[in-house]
Each structure stands twice: as C-alpha cells, then as structure tokens.
Write a protein that binds this ligand. Structure first.
Ligand SMILES: *Cc1c(COP(=O)(O)O)cnc(C)c1O
Length: 385
C-alpha cells in the first residue's frame, strides 16, 4: 500500500488565524490599517525591543528593496551577498541600478564567508547583505566588524531567521542597519505573502514607510482617520506599492504568537532527523553555537563522497517513495542572468558549488509527525545503503 504524499512544506494555520482574518473581513478595513500597525508593534515587542521601528511590507523582497533604497544604494555602487541564496536577495540591488558582487560560503555553515566578503570589497562597495541560511545565524560579529572597518552598510536577509539568535541576541536586534523577515507561505511564520523591515534608524524607517506606499507623505490609514483634511497628501518621491494588507497582518498577528512554539517543534523534528540519519553517508546540518537558537526553516543534508548515488538520483528515489524535497539553492552563479551579467564560473565559488551538487532539503514543518521524520529517514536509508 502506498502512503500519502509527504509534502516538502506546509503552513500551520489554526482557528486563531482564521478568526482574526474573519474579524478583519467583518470590520471592513481590509487593506493596510489598524492590524498592520498592531502587527508592526507586536513584531518589535517580539524582538524584545519595543522602540525598534518595524515596517510591514508585502514581501521580504519589497523590504530588502526599501532598505537598500533608503540607504541610498544606486548606480555605480556594489553590494556584496552570498551566491548561495534565493535570487530575491540579489535582484533588489539591480532594481536600484547597483551591481551585485557574489561571495562564496563557509563550507560548514553554508553562510557567507567573511573572508570571501573581505576579498570582494572594492572602492565601489557600499553594502553587504548576509543571509542567515536555513535559520542559522551568519557570522555577524565578523561581518559587522568588517563593515565598520570599510564603512559599509549591512542589511540582513532574515527570511529564514525567525526566531534565530546570534551570540544570544535575536536576529533583528543586531548591529546592522536593517533586517528583513519574510512571511512567504513556506517560511517559519506566514501571512501568505508578507515581510517586515526592522531598523533602529528612524530616518531609514520613515523613508521606507513613505516609499512602500507610492512616495506618499502619509499612509492610507492616517489619511482616512487623522484630523487634518482627509483628502490631502503629498508625493515626495516615485515610490512603490509594497504595503501589507490588514488581511495578511491578521494572519501575522496570530502566527507571531506561535513563533516560539513553531521553532521548538521544528528543532525537535531536526533533532529527530539528526538521530535517525546517523550512520548514513550524509553531512547533517550544522548546529547553532551553544546557547543560540536555530530557526530551522530548512533541514539540508549533503551526500558525502561515499554515497553510492548522486543528488539528482536521490531526489528521484525520495519522490518515488512519496516524499517531497527541494534544493536550496541553485547558486546564483549558475543562473543565466547572474552568470552572464558578471561572467561567473563555478570555480569562483568552490564551497557553494560543492554543497549545491550534494544537497537535498528534507521536509521540515510543524505539522509533520515523528513518524513522518522516520519515514523520510527510512527512505534515505533504503536509497543509500
Ligand atoms: C523567501 C526568501 C526571500 C524572499 O521572500 P519574499 O517574502 O517571498 O519576498 C528572500 N531571501 C531568502 C533567502 C528567502 O528564502
């Protein structure tokens, strides 16, 4: 008898989220309004820093774009990021007419290698975008020190990193200029589509607030509720349409309350994978530093050279066993756009290339059972032994 297909990722939406969305629909304020505002404050509170500026947006991509725009990144500038990421991390640099410089990863953590960043710095370098790959904090102390030495801005792509800690502090409260989280459907909390830009820089936050809604000097909620004439606004820049709806924020308010419980569930499932996969020709994911939290957005294993089959074949075998899996990521240096624009070859990124050729992301989400983990481990053992 064949078992039901085990998907790679699934959101966990409870009655609380449904009730909050229904409440939004009944109250009639469906776009950016009171719930988006509440979600922003709840997010700053969640990070333990109520005075942090949190700017809700309709995607992390939008948040990254707004952060770089507010930092003045533009034509002639270079921004360094990891090749081992989703294209969104880098594409926002091109939106602004600046250039992307890709750096290789650390072969153990799969996070951007500070030494590779240092080598990539030129007189045109203006900013760095570290990614906390899979939910494991990047080496922020080294990256921040490097940025200070070279006068660079730092925007963290924290799409995988809610909640992640680095040196005991939550990502979002470190020393970077801005941090951007994603609430895309498969992330650790979801609003369907959505994101949050957080910063201690009031001017950056103000610029992002204006630019997320057409470059208007007041947002729609203020416009329709404040005492000054409701029809009046000024356009101060050609902005974007990046605001988060209250329907999405309603989901976010309830998901955020569960973020710690979700993380604990993911960590427990990851620990079970670690145990069940022992003895197989696989490199299991790196652990966080002692005392630190890994968000466990992804559980990525890599085949060792002893494995008797290749990555593509392994994925076929898992699919044949009814198990969904994925690869995070096809490095940017292999995609035609990035490869051809910058003349990139795999030899420039040996660690990313090596990891890519051997990696598989296994199913990991809160609604999985222990039995699901065991089933994946059994399928791996059958394929590999
Ligand atoms: C998901 C993701 C993004 C983009 O997030 P959206 O909210 O879908 O825009 C950016 N960077 C990384 C590393 C991601 O995984």
């Amino acid at each position: 008898m064949t078992q039901a297909f085990l998907p790679f990722a699934l959101p966990e939406i409870g009655d609380e989220e449904i009730a909050e969305v229904v409440d939004t629909l009944r109250c009639g304020w469906v776009t950016t309004g009171p719930k988006a505002k509440r979600f922003e404050q709840a997010f700053a509170d969640f990070l333990g820093e109520p005075t942090l500026h949190a700017v809700a947006v309709n995607s992390a991509t939008a948040g990254l774009h707004l952060a770089l725009e507010a930092l003045g990144i533009g034509p002639g500038d270079e921004v360094i990021t990891t090749t081992h990421t989703f294209t969104a991390t880098a594409e926002v640099v091109r939106y602004l007419g600046a250039d992307v410089v890709l750096a290789d990863i650390d072969p153990t953590t799969l996070n951007i290698d500070p030494a590779a960043v240092e080598r990539a710095i030129t007189p045109r370098t203006k900013a760095l975008i570290p990614v906390h790959y899979a939910g494991l904090a990047a080496d922020m102390p080294a990256l921040i020190a490097l940025a200070r030495r070279h006068g660079l801005k730092v925007v963290e792509d924290a799409a995988h990193a809610l909640p992640t800690t680095c040196g005991g502090r939550l990502v979002g409260t470190l020393e970077s200029d801005a941090t951007v989280f994603s609430f895309y459907a498969n992330k650790t909390i979801t609003t369907g589509e959505g994101g949050m830009l957080v910063t201690r820089d009031a001017a950056l936050a103000r610029r992002a607030q204006v630019m997320r809604l057409h470059g208007m000097n007041r947002d729609a909620f203020d416009r329709f509720t404040a005492k000054v004439p409701s029809w009046y606004y000024e356009i101060v820049a050609p902005g974007f349409k990046y605001n988060l709806t209250d329907i999405a924020a309603a989901l976010g308010l309830q998901q955020l309350k569960k973020a710690h419980a979700f993380q604990q569930r993911r960590a427990a499932l990851a620990a079970r994978y670690d145990e069940r996969l022992q003895g197989l020709p696989l490199v299991r994911p790196p652990r966080p530093a002692p005392g630190d939290t890994h968000a466990w957005h992804l559980y990525v294993v890599r085949l060792t050279d002893e494995a008797k089959l290749g990555r593509d074949e392994l994925i076929e075998r898992l699919f044949a066993a009814g198990i969904g899996c994925s690869v995070h990521y096809i490095p940017l240096h292999l995609h035609p756009y990035w490869r051809d624009r910058y003349g990139l070859v795999p030899e420039q990124f040996p660690h990313s290339q090596h990891a890519y050729e051997r990696m598989v992301s296994l199913p990991l989400y809160t609604r999985m059972s222990e039995a699901d983990v065991d089933r994946v481990a059994r399928a791996l053992a059958e394929a590999l032994t």
